[in-house]
Design a protein around this ligand. Sequence first.
Ligand code: 5GP
Ligand code: ZN
Length: 114
Amino acid sequence: MDCIFCKIIRGETPSKKAYEDDLMLIFEDVSPKAKLHYLAVPKHHYALIDQMNAQDQADIGYILRKIAKLKNILGLNDGYRLTINQGENAGQSVHHLHIHIMGGQTLDWPDYRK
Ligand code: 5GP
Ligand code: ZN
């Protein structure tokens, strides 16, 4: 699969991994938008929530619980934000579903209408 996150999952592209198991990977975003900025990805490749199957749905619940369990290790004990960009308007640039995890600081809540 010619997908940058699949290449990271296969170890063909280097990344700073924070956590890995059979279902998922958490690694540092190469272009951080917060003091701490990780990406949590399911190992199964799909781009959009619309394309999730039943196993993908279960895996996302698993990933969310894993993030919560790892929050101290990741430095996120004071809070964090999860973001999933979907499609063009959201600026999704990598078409392998991923959850942005941002924290390590106070995060503004943007008013996108400005
Ligand atoms: P999106 O815009 O699709 O929601 O987010 C894609 C994210 O992947 C961006 O924040 C971008 O910095 C990150 N990214 C893109 N290519 C790479 C890469 O090769 N390595 C890592 N670690 N992050 C990447
Ligand atoms: Zn992929």
